[in-house]
Design a protein around this ligand. Structure first.
Ligand code: NZQ
Ligand code: ZN
Length: 392
């Protein structure tokens, strides 16, 4: 196991009606003037926004609002939010929504206390300081409610890039699984796929002897495989939603990724798809992961075979471990298909003729120098082949 530090100070309130305590938690974590940030309207329609405002009023906390965050959140609204926070002397950012809303909130929180352009953080500068952030999560997916990360798309050039820093880990996150019951099935499935991707990106490691985190990841994967069909069959299944919601947090606050090298090639390859075609991140990952895994599995056949046997229940073929590894990847594909996810470029609305552009931005855009690295290093030729495998 590699040396590591792990700092995860987020306070979690989990369960039914917990959003009604939002005001209490803002106060507890030092907020007196809040920016409530939200998306395209689901929290207005569900009545959640009104409940949150009421909770702030009861706690005597004043607030301003900024809605309109789009999935794959854009830099334009972040600049608007930073201006608003400065003008109104906001001292706490409250995200009410999904990963996109939380990531936009994190960018605003960091940008408000920074003298330069907030995009510096999305070009490699680490975030050391930010306004405190709270979240009320409405979709189990990105894991941003517990992560030190934020992903924003710069409209100019459509670069989708991440920024990191413990300063943007939420001070508190409210997780009420019942709030996810209004999700359309496609978004539920996209969230499940993203959670599985966060687990795979950590499972694919070059670090030896990491049994504790291997076993934790496998447990979370098995939970997702068990709960996903139950929630797809019955969107109101609270218990299944609860298990998925907590698994989504566990998958990405890095408790199961410490002390080991990680992959993230699938995420980097996918980010270009959601940047260019504005598809759901999880749907893009459903198309990306099987292609990447089939391309790289020979780098460590036994790791893929272990995943196949321990998680998918495949029989180990000791004479032909490659067959076992590939059987596991096929199980993943079948699972993704069964929950309604796309598996090909066409289903995603992506175009083969765009591959050179996708590869160029992926490998050369925004400071990169011809390759991406993770479980294996992939150059422009590799990435071209991987995108071609998704055309099918
Ligand atoms: O905008 P509204 O109207 O709220 O609708 C949203 C949106 O259209 C809808 N939705 C959310 N909760 C709902 C609901 N509709 C009905 N009922 C509810 N309860 O779902 C749609 C998707 O929302 P979004 O926030 O975009 O989803 P998600 O949580 O999957 O976030 C995706 C973003 O997170 C980034 C992705 O790249 C993408 O930009 N990621 C962030 C990470 C992080 N910060 O740690 C890590 C991830 O790997 C990921 O890259
Ligand atoms: Zn993700």
């Amino acid at each position: 196991m590699d040396n590591f530090t792990f700092y995860s100070p987020t306070f979690f309130a989990f369960g039914k009606d917990t959003e009604n305590d939002a005001g209490k938690y803002v106060k507890r974590f030092g907020g007196s003037k809040v920016l409530i940030h939200y998306g395209g309207g689901s929290v207005v329609r569900s009545g959640l926004l009104d409940r949150v405002k009421k909770s702030l009023e009861v706690a005597g906390i004043s607030f301003v609002e900024l809605g309109g965050v789009k999935p794959n959140p854009r830099s334009g609204l972040v600049y608007e939010g930073i201006e608003l926070c400065k003008k109104e002397s906001v001292d706490f950012v409250l995200a009410v929504g999904g990963g996109s809303v939380i990531d936009s909130s994190k960018a605003i929180a960091a940008g408000t206390v920074y003298g330069g352009d907030f995009w510096d953080f999305y070009s490699g500068k680490r975030i050391e300081e930010a306004l405190p952030i709270g979240t009320i999560l409405t979709i189990a997916a990105a894991g941003s409610e517990g992560s030190p990360d934020s992903v924003i798309t710069k409209e100019e050039g459509m670069f989708k890039r991440g920024a990191s820093g413990d300063a943007i880990r939420p001070k508190f996150s409210i997780l009420n699984p019942a709030l996810t019951q209004t999700l359309p099935p496609y978004q539920t499935a996209a969230g499940i796929t993203d959670i599985l991707a966060h687990l795979h990106e950590r499972y694919l490691t070059n670090t030896k002897d990491v049994e504790v985190t291997d076993r934790l990841i496998e447990g979370l994967m098995l939970t997702m495989i068990h709960e996903a069909p139950r929630v797809i069959a019955d969107p109101n299944n609270y218990e299944a939603r609860a298990n998925i919601m907590w698994a989504g947090m566990m998958a990405h606050n890095n408790a199961v990724g410490v002390g080991r090298s990680q992959d993230w090639n699938s995420h980097n390859i996918e980010h270009e798809l959601s940047a260019l075609y504005d598809c759901a991140h999880g749907a893009g990952l459903a198309v990306t992961m099987p292609a990447v895994f089939k391309y790289v599995y020979k780098h460590d056949v036994m790791r893929f075979a272990k995943l196949a046997t321990r998680v998918w229940g495949c029989q180990m073929d000791f004479d032909n471990p490659e067959a076992t590894a590939l059987a596991g990847i096929a199980c993943l594909e079948n699972f993704l298909k069964s929950i309604g996810m796309p598996l090909s470029f066409a289903e995603l609305g992506a175009k083969e003729e765009d591959i050179p552009k996708l590869v160029d931005v992926l490998c050369n855009g925004d400071g990169r120098t011809g390759s991406i690295s993770g479980f294996v290093t992939l150059d422009t030729k590799d990435c071209t082949e991987i995108y071609k495998m998704m055309v099918r």
